[in-house]
Write a new protein. Structure first.
Length: 162
């Protein structure tokens, strides 16, 4: 089984790893270290997974007002680590973050082939192709808490299988 652990902040070498990850994708190719440093400073929440050698292997960030809206951005997993559960673990880390519990809606944008993956995590695609996890404001935090409980149940089930 692949081993990784989570970080809240990136070290300079991991910023370079992030730049290298970005160069592998058409949507982020060309980002500079200077731009990446600025982006990291201005993002509200960062989610990063590193391997045993402290190399960055997965990353996501959230920009939010912590009340009404949040946008999940730059979800990326190193190609060598895809298909091993790391992407799902990354999203579970984001969706279970306590500061996102009051947020009514979490949006993300993705390509159509990725929609089934995000739907498994509770996201829905709207008619414009925007994939979002919508929480009904009338239900308040209880709807988001149900999503957190489902994530916890999945983690327990997976732990028993391992």
């Amino acid at each position: 089984m692949m081993k990784w652990h989570w970080l809240r902040h990136l070290q300079p070498s991991q910023m370079k790893d992030l730049q290298d990850l970005y160069q592998m994708e058409w949507w982020s190719k060309g980002r500079t270290l200077r731009q990446i440093r600025k982006m990291l400073q201005l993002s509200d929440l960062l989610f990063a997974a590193v391997d045993a050698d402290e190399r960055l292997i997965a990353f996501a960030r959230v920009v939010t007002d912590f009340t009404y809206r949040a946008t999940l951005l730059d979800v990326i997993v190193h190609p060598d680590h895809r298909g091993k559960g790391l992407g799902r673990a990354l999203l579970e880390k984001v969706l279970s973050h306590p500061r996102l519990r009051p947020v009514e809606r979490l949006d993300l944008f993705c390509l159509p082939p990725l929609i089934p993956f995000y739907k498994k995590m509770g996201f829905q695609a709207d008619r414009l192709g925007i994939v979002r996890l919508s929480i009904d404001p009338k239900q308040g935090p209880s709807a988001l808490n149900r999503n957190f409980k489902n994530i916890k149940r999945r983690k327990k089930r997976d732990a028993h299988r391992a």
